[in-house]
Design a protein around this ligand. Structure first.
Ligand code: IPE
Ligand code: IPE
Ligand code: MG
Length: 259
């Protein structure tokens, strides 16, 4: 009885947040630096990998929450090019969790019309991981709802290096006119060429840095940082972040509309 009452109160509150969100435009692209799994585990005297395991629930929450809200793009930073510095055993658990997540969630992604893709240096990932990512991409290629992007073996600097390489390679075939090198031209060579820049960047675990994430794309993103560790992040936190975002005034270097 008590449990039911508590559930109803929570649901009621969530609905209120949803109603508020619906009154203003949504961020088109939400990007999240999922951080604090290790500290979440340590605070419970558990091995770090248990934090990664628990973090899967939060992934499910934000993916489904974003799809339900009608957000167009959600990017989750899952593994950076710098994360290879970690013990092999931890990396192996992270990769296994990703594969298991895809196996388990693929039917739900399809059912909810969610289009899955990955960005990063795919060539350095284990073949079994690449296969799973490709399988999820192919099986959701027809989905037209939320674009769910996982950044894996990703770093913003590596992405810029790869863009320059792509440009130099194609310049070998057709010379590039120097005047055609614009911001738009560079953008077309990024992993995110078909994705709008994030409107809202969320980082968990109270770290005030971007850790080499989307260096180009975050130029004018609104940033929201929560002290919560990633495994404690849920739909409500996503809603709260969006509500804060909706109150921000984005000036892009111009002047306030109020002036
Ligand atoms: C985020 O949690 C997951 C990845 C970076 C892969 P961490 O593993 O970084 O957790 P903390 O920051 O050490 O607590
Ligand atoms: C950022 O978290 C990378 C991911 C969330 C995948 P890290 O834990 O690697 O970042 P730092 O080391 O605290 O900057
Ligand atoms: Mg961390």
């Amino acid at each position: 009885m008590m449990k039911n009452t508590i559930k109803k109160v929570t649901e009621g509150h969530l609905q209120e947040l949803l109603d508020q969100i619906k009154q203003k435009p949504l961020p088109r692209h939400v990007a999240i630096i999922m951080d604090g799994n290790g500290r979440w585990a340590r605070s419970r005297n558990l091995p770090r990998v248990e934090g990664h395991r628990a973090g899967i629930t939060s992934v499910r929450e934000v993916v489904e929450g974003s799809a339900e809200l009608g957000i167009d793009y959600l990017t989750l930073f899952a593994f950076s090019t710098e994360n290879w510095k970690r013990p092999e055993s931890e990396i192996s658990v992270l990769m296994s969790l990703l594969k298991r997540y895809i196996d388990k969630e693929l039917p739900t992604l399809i059912e909810k019309n969610i289009n899955f893709s990955a960005i990063g240096r795919m060539e350095n990932l284990h073949e079994s991981v690449r296969k799973k990512l490709n399988q999820a991409k192919e099986k959701t290629a027809h989905c037209t709802g939320l674009h769910f992007i996982v950044a894996l073996n990703y770093s913003g600097r590596a992405e810029l290096v790869d863009a320059v390489k792509k440009i130099l390679l194609s310049a070998k075939q057709i010379p590039v006119d120097i005047d055609s090198v614009t911001e738009g031209f560079l953008q077309q060579h990024l992993y995110t060429s078909s994705i709008p820049d994030p409107d809202l960047l969320i980082r968990t675990s109270g770290e005030y840095r971007i850790s080499n994430f989307m260096l180009w794309q975050l130029a004018y993103s609104e940033i929201w940082i929560t002290e919560l560790f990633w495994p404690d992040f849920n739909k409500r936190c996503l809603y709260e972040a969006i509500l804060v975002y909706q109150k921000r005034e984005r000036r892009y270097g111009g002047l306030s509309e109020k002036i």
